[in-house]
Design a protein around this ligand. Structure first.
Ligand SMILES: [Zn+2]
Length: 96
């Protein structure tokens, strides 16, 4: 009984929010923060592949200030996050 309660505590996300752990979105393991979304290189690859499959190789990202749309590789959005000043280095999005 005691062990079961302990287990529930460990899997409850909010109880761990003060600690520097996250849950891997691919395999569900807890990992120390420091990387986005996943616990390891292998899970990261699976995660990115899944997103690219679903959303395509590039994403249309709109600069909220100028209204210009850019074509940004989905992988880069996921791996680096995107800062406003980074947008300019990507090609402009061409409407089909
Ligand atoms: Zn994982």
């Amino acid at each position: 009984m005691e062990a079961k309660r302990k287990n529930e505590k460990e899997s409850g996300g909010h109880l761990l929010s003060n600690m520097k752990f996250r849950v891997c979105v691919v395999c569900g393991k807890l990992y120390k923060v420091g990387r986005f979304y996943t616990c390891s290189e292998g899970c990261h690859e699976r995660f990115v592949d899944g997103i690219v499959e679903e959303f395509g190789e590039s994403k249309r990202i709109v600069d909220a200030v100028t209204g210009t749309a850019y074509k940004v590789p989905t992988r880069e959005v996921l791996e680096r996050g995107l800062r406003h000043e980074d947008l300019k280095k990507y090609p402009k999005w061409k409407e089909p």
